[in-house]
Design a protein around this ligand. Structure first.
Ligand code: ATP
Length: 365
């Protein structure tokens, strides 16, 4: 096993300024780290540089104690699992799993022992003599995992390994990956664009955008204390609602005032006012932080129910505000008619405030 350290790693392709822009990360021995972000954010390039499948433009990469910038992929003591499984179609499952060990001239008895061990871990024993075309997508991905595990590498690299599976199988395989990691405790770096996968699998999650690490922290910290507007909007479905406005004193505390309405912030934002008494900000509220009340009173934002989407025990209710903005709320399921006037309320501690300038830094953490 090994720690992996990226120190100011950069990648420039001919066509693009910086696909990966000075990424520094310390992945601990045995940690499960997830790189997540939208298409083109640089996560795959980062993983491929760690794997040695892409050259490093600048910066230093350590696997364990060694600098491996110029070390051949096969000598990095890593195993990579790809989205498309990359199995050899003419070989049986057993031969696929044994292949890398055979190339290393591992003794036959040892190969048999390792394949049996990995097959046992993954429940592959009944499939060992089949060829990939006689396997389902889930079984193929399991074999791809088996092929990586068999070598007992220091580091596992996963590139969107579950994207080709249907939703139910993806959830099952996710649980299996988590169990395997608990059992083997191998350092794992996992790339996905799926926020749910990132949140459920990662010990820590790295959110990337524009080749830059926007935040690296434990899943709940990323969710509850997003570093900036991008991170706040990327994690959570439906995404966080944003409102442009100002914060200002209201006598006893601080209010957020916007065309959408006024939200009471209590005393939390008092330190942001700096004596001027007014500041432009962007407020953020997660859908599940809103409550819906019958129209009347002054608390919260006045709105009209526009769409109701039942989810079972919860429902997503989309509201139209007088300003024309549509917001998402997620509340406990109960009969709710479309077109009805309501008020969307939120507790002061559930309102995020972001800088109106630049990357929209979170002003309250
Ligand atoms: P996806 O989820 O779509 O794979 P990603 O976050 O993994 O996206 P990368 O594949 O790392 O992103 O790409 C980062 C940037 O580098 C993108 O702008 C992409 O177009 C560019 N890029 C990736 N590979 C190459 C290449 N071989 N040549 C030129 N540009 C590339």
């Amino acid at each position: 096993m090994a720690a992996v350290t990226l120190d100011k790693l950069c990648k420039t392709y001919d066509s693009i300024a910086l696909a990966v822009d000075s990424v520094s990360l310390e992945i601990n021995d045995g940690e499960f780290l997830v790189l997540v972000g939208p298409s083109g954010c640089g996560k795959t390039t980062t993983l491929r540089m760690i794997a040695g499948l892409e050259s490093i433009t600048s910066g230093t990469l350590h696997i364990g104690e060694r600098i491996v910038n110029d070390v051949h992929p096969k000598d990095r003591d890593i195993a990579m699992v790809f989205q498309n499984y990359a199995l050899y179609p003419h070989m049986t499952v057993r031969q696929n799993m044994a292949f890398a060990l055979k190339m290393r001239k591992t003794p036959k008895a040892k190969i048999a022992e390792q394949v049996a061990w990995a097959a046992g871990l993954l429940g592959l024993e009944p499939l060992l003599d089949r060829k990939p075309k006689a396997l389902s997508g889930g079984q193929r991905q399991r074999v791809a995992l088996g092929r990586a595990i068999v070598r007992q590498p220091a580091v596992f690299l996963f590139d969107e390994p579950l994207s080709n599976l249907d939703a139910k199988l993806r959830v099952e395989m996710r649980a299996e990956l988590k169990r395997l990691h608990r059992q083997l405790n191998t350092t794992t770096i996992y790339v996905t664009h799926d926020q749910e996968e990132a949140m459920t699998l990662g010990d820590r999650v790295v959110v990337m955008e524009g080749g830059i690490v926007q935040q690296c922290a434990a899943p709940l910290e990323i969710y509850n204390q997003p570093a900036n507007r991008f991170v706040a909007s990327f994690l959570g479905m439906p995404p966080m609602n944003f409102f442009e406005g100002t914060i200002q004193r209201n006598g006893t505390g601080v209010d957020f005032v916007s065309p959408a309405g006024t939200l009471n912030l209590g005393e939390r934002a008092g330190h942001l006012l700096n004596g001027s008494g007014l500041r432009n900000v962007v407020a953020g509220v997660r859908p599940e932080a809103f409550g819906l009340q019958a129209n009347g009173g002054v608390a919260g934002l006045p709105a009209t129910v526009s769409v109701v989407e039942p989810l079972g025990s919860m429902m997503d209710v989309y509201l139209e505000l007088p300003s024309g903005q549509t917001i998402a709320t997620r509340v406990a399921a109960k009969p709710q008619a479309e077109g009805v006037a309501v008020r969307a309320t939120v507790a002061p501690e559930d309102v995020y405030l972001f800088d109106a300038e630049g990357p929209g830094r979170n002003l309250l953490c």
